[in-house]
Design a protein around this ligand. Structure first.
Ligand code: NAP
Length: 275
């Protein structure tokens, strides 16, 4: 089953794998004696697999957080809030995506590789959302610019294009006109459109809290996975933060399902379903 999930976006035809069938009206279906855990896991990925089989695009965000809503300690330590099952889930999402997007703060703090080391499946293109080149001093050292494991795109505002190309080379730069809107506010739909025009249609926003919150606030996410771990961090770096409402009745109450991943609870929020 995991093989099916990891290979769903590669050249292997999922239809060829016994026990999983496609029906036009119902999407991917499991057939045969799958145990409850396998059925549950399949249910978690089915919405993404169905959309991609139908030729559709999606944007999914994910955050691993403590019970008190932090994604890292105050010094930026986030390895590892979640357990190994959630780490595997994270890599599975990467394998299902054309591109994984992270904010500059995450690159600066974690020096991530953003590959699919824990599952089979291709590495996504690594997109560093950095409108004004805050990562300029890290181009020579950060894994994503130098390890050659997967393509990297430094996503910046077009006014910084020349500087970015001089530092990282044209193949690693995606300069977007108007990425920084009035008052410096990021225009994330411009970023999504620019990535789609490069054929990157299945997008995974992996962090940190600021970046996922911005995508959520600008209604650029179709789904959000929140993996809640049983620990309390205290005055750490916050997860979701966005301008809310005065009245509880006006709050976002998305359609949701909960899955157990080891000792973590994974909330799968469908932000497009009517509620
Ligand atoms: N638990 C999780 O799921 C998860 C996932 C990813 C990352 N993390 C953790 O989240 C933290 C980073 O997230 P975040 O929300 O602070 O930022 P982020 O969303 O990764 O990036 C957004 C902001 O990074 C800022 N930034 C802050 N410090 C920076 C630096 N030293 N160099 C370059 N840019 C910097 C930029 O600020 P300006 O707007 O001011 O330019 C940018 O807007 C890290 O501690 C990382 O370990 C956790």
């Amino acid at each position: 089953m995991l093989l099916v999930i990891a290979q769903a976006r590669s050249s292997v035809t999922p239809d060829a794998i016994a026990g999983v069938n496609w029906r036009a009206e119902q999407g991917w279906q499991l057939q045969g004696p799958w145990d409850i855990a396998a059925q549950d896991l399949f249910g978690l990925y089915k919405p993404l697999l169905d959309t991609q089989r139908g030729g559709g695009a999606w944007v999914i965000g994910q955050l691993g957080q403590s019970l008190d809503g932090c994604v890292a300690t105050r010094s930026g330590d986030s390895c590892f809030i979640n357990g190994p099952e959630t780490l595997t889930h994270l890599h599975r999402l990467r394998a299902l995506s054309d591109a994984v997007i992270v904010g500059a703060g995450t690159v600066a703090c974690d020096n991530p590789q953003l590959t699919t080391r824990h599952v089979s499946g291709p590495h996504p293109t690594r997109v560093l959302l950095d409108p004004a080149l805050r990562l300029a001093s890290l181009v020579g050292t950060a894994h994503v610019f130098n390890d050659g494991q997967a393509p990297t795109l430094w996503l910046c505002d077009a006014v910084f294009e020349d500087q970015a190309v001089a530092l990282a080379g044209a193949s690693q730069v995606l300069a977007v006109p108007g990425l920084r809107g009035e008052g410096g506010v990021l225009q994330l739909q411009h970023a999504v459109t620019a990535l789609r025009s490069r054929g990157l249609t299945r997008l995974f926003v992996e962090g940190g809290g600021v970046t996922v919150s911005r995508f959520l606030a600008q209604r650029c996410l179709d789904r959000l996975h929140l993996a809640v771990a049983p620990l309390l961090i205290g005055d750490g770096r916050p997860g979701l933060r966005f301008a809310g409402t005065e009245r509880l009745a006006d709050c976002v109450r998305p359609h949701s399902r909960v899955y157990r991943l080891g000792s973590d609870q994974l909330w799968d929020l469908d932000l497009r379903a009517p509620h």
